[in-house]
Design a protein around this ligand. Structure first.
Ligand SMILES: [Zn+2]
Length: 310
């Protein structure tokens, strides 16, 4: 078995179990100008630091959006401390209230780096805005902690290929949308495209439509109440989605997308804009390309290699 030599996590190439390759933009942020987050910050005398820390622990403890930031920093002979992310001006009263046992000089809203930096150098640069903690490359942390049940993943990919083979058409593409229920990945819909060129007929679009119709019906019955139609959805698709389909996945707020065949030109992920991993759009999701050889050769037997748009 070839896989035996491969490490579970290949940090350098972003490959898990020798089978799932992470597709990402890589240079996620401009080191010169980080994205910023507005936060409430108060100024205190150093002698009040201890009291403040215990207040923060009590009232503003676990906020993931500020975990990469040092909570306190020295400015001249004062201490500035981040209390929590800014949502709206009306928080001011509530915060003043929670700090009332403390002598503080000022309560203001300031902008701090929104993200963890991916290198130590960038961390240092951004720390001139507000000090950041460096705990190593965040993507490495992600790769080391993300977990896949590879038996299930392989099973889903093989199901996808079975649907593809059933179309008996080398111009076909197939998309499966699934959802994790009690640690099991359960298929919610399957969509096929037997070579239709128009994007509305692409398998990803058809799958999103099917989920949307289903959700809307359930909503009419009063069973569901959710803002976005495909939240929680895991997408398996034979081909890298085109730009239109990739944007539709972003708008649908899926959890992740795994595809087998890159499509260049035409694909909207690794072949062009990295839609799904792009900062500045309102949603990001994980993108993976399947590298498992038995499945790839099964795919290549079923589809035409010349076709370009899916
Ligand atoms: Zn498409």
């Amino acid at each position: 078995m070839k896989n035996r030599d491969q490490p579970e996590v290949d940090l350098k190439n972003g490959i898990l179990y020798g089978t799932l390759k992470q597709i990402r933009l890589g240079t996620d942020v401009d080191p010169e100008s980080p994205n910023l987050l507005q936060t409430w910050v108060c100024t205190i005398q150093p002698k009040n630091s201890k009291a403040l820390i215990s207040l923060l622990k009590q009232n503003y403890d676990d906020e993931p959006r500020i975990r990469h930031l040092k909570r306190l920093t020295k400015v001249g002979d004062h201490i500035k401390a981040i209390i929590c992310p800014y949502e709206e001006e009306s928080q001011r009263n509530e915060i003043s209230n929670s700090l009332r046992s403390l002598e503080y000089d000022d309560l203001e809203v300031i902008k701090v780096p929104r993200d963890q930096a991916s290198t130590r150098e960038t961390t240092l640069k951004w720390s001139s805005i507000w000090p950041l903690t460096w705990k190593g490359n965040p993507n490495h942390q992600f790769l080391n902690t993300v977990k896949f049940d590879m038996t299930q993943e392989r099973q889903m990919v093989n199901e996808l290929l079975s649907y593809l083979e059933q179309t008996n058409n080398s111009d076909s593409s197939v998309t499966v949308m699934a959802k994790e229920v009690d640690n099991k990945i359960a298929i919610q819909t399957v969509a096929l495209n037997k070579g239709e060129r128009h994007p509305s007929q692409h398998s990803v679009m058809k799958a999103i439509d099917a989920i949307a119709r289903n959700e809307n019906n359930q909503r009419k019955d009063g069973k569901q109440e959710r803002g976005y139609l495909c939240t929680d959805m895991i997408v398996y698709t034979t081909h890298e989605p085109c730009v239109m389909c990739s944007m539709a996945l972003v708008h649908s707020r899926i959890v992740r997308c795994t595809y087998l065949k890159p499509v260049s030109p035409g694909g909207g992920m690794e072949s062009s804009y990295y839609l799904g991993d792009l900062d500045g759009l309102n949603w990001k999701f994980q993108i993976w390309r399947w590298l498992g050889e038995p499945e790839l050769s099964r795919l290549n037997e079923a589809v035409d290699n010349v076709r370009l748009e899916y």
